[in-house]
Design a protein around this ligand. Sequence first.
Ligand code: FE2
Length: 433
Amino acid sequence: MDLVVRDARLHPTGGTRTEPVDVGVEGDRIVAIRPRGGLAGQHTTELEADGRLLSPPLVDPHVHLDAVLTVGEPRHNESGTLIEGILTWAERKRSLTHEDVKERAREAILWEVGQGTGLIRSHVDVCDPNLVALRALLELREELADIVDLRLIAFPQDGILSFPDGKALMREAMRLGCDVIGGIPHYEWTREDGVEEVHFLFELARETGRDIDLHCDETDDEQSRFLEVVAADTIREGMGGRVVAGHTTAMGSYNDAYAFKLLQILKRAGVTIVANPLDNISLQGRFDSYPKRRGMTRVKELDAAGVNVACGHDSIMDPWYPLGRGSMLDALSMLVHVGQMTGRGELFRAFEMVTSNPARAARVEYGVKEGRPANFVVFDCEDEAEAIRLRPAARWVVRAGRLVAETQPAMTVVRHAGSEHRVTFAKREGAPA
Ligand code: FE2
């Protein structure tokens, strides 16, 4: 075979540890999964996983690649608020060039790929008569196709009805080759404009046959209720499984009776919700004194109600969030803390929010199974809960059967009492559970 990974633990369902296996690849497909030792013989490339977790690739369903790595340009967002972020971005946007966007986005993609992300859905601001960022990212999508599946979402940062020629720019973005239709109804000047925007997105979906992935209710205003409009339109248009709503932080402020009703129609509609905990724990609650809201959508309740929930990175060193290193496990770690999903089963469930759940929303062929594309990652840990706790190195990243990234795990030694202690951050073998 072209590639064999020996002694790996597969991403189990429900958190049950599975027996180690050998995974065999020919060309760009997984052709064999056998109990450990089952793929003997000589193979072109052989990797010893030593019981490490072999996971399907991480998925980042929500990032803004046009804005990455612009932190401090032209100035820092000193208040740290969403609005200063938007105003700072409006200034920076004036100096965007084709090469500037490509260079920064390429760098951020390499960071993500090196840490195990194989599918990225990026919003790209189309409130620009020249669509500079979009043209740059469309090129990059092709140039980096060997290492990442990049999907672009036409994102009207300044609104569609509230921005000159907003509808024409959205149509032009789709005509140029954008994959998905974005939106931002809560940012329109009026409630009515927001509702009209949502209807327009579905009209555009009908015209183009494309899916929808909009920013929705990213505010602490409990009166911001565009998600119900999105759910209703999804049902009426028969677009179940093809609509994603990002952020939806207002859901954290709704009263429980309304939230209950909303959960029911979201489930019926088949809308995916993407939480972006890194940005939103920092940006929301800024008008509160104490108690201060957490600024995240109801991840745990949505998941329990049967709604498809995913976790995005959102920002990597941009005007909204100065931190970040493109690690989906960093984002997920924040999600389980903010969303209080630290139960044993909840940690395993949460891992699906950066793997199979966003993959389902993107409607891609996915998962470590015979016959599937040979896309996977071997993490330097034993299972998903450890992946969230340790945020370990992606030892090997394989895409279409090719080893596209590898990381040497760090090694820590502590010198004490005349000897050296190798620290692995693992629970002591044999210690009581
Ligand atoms: Fe976003």
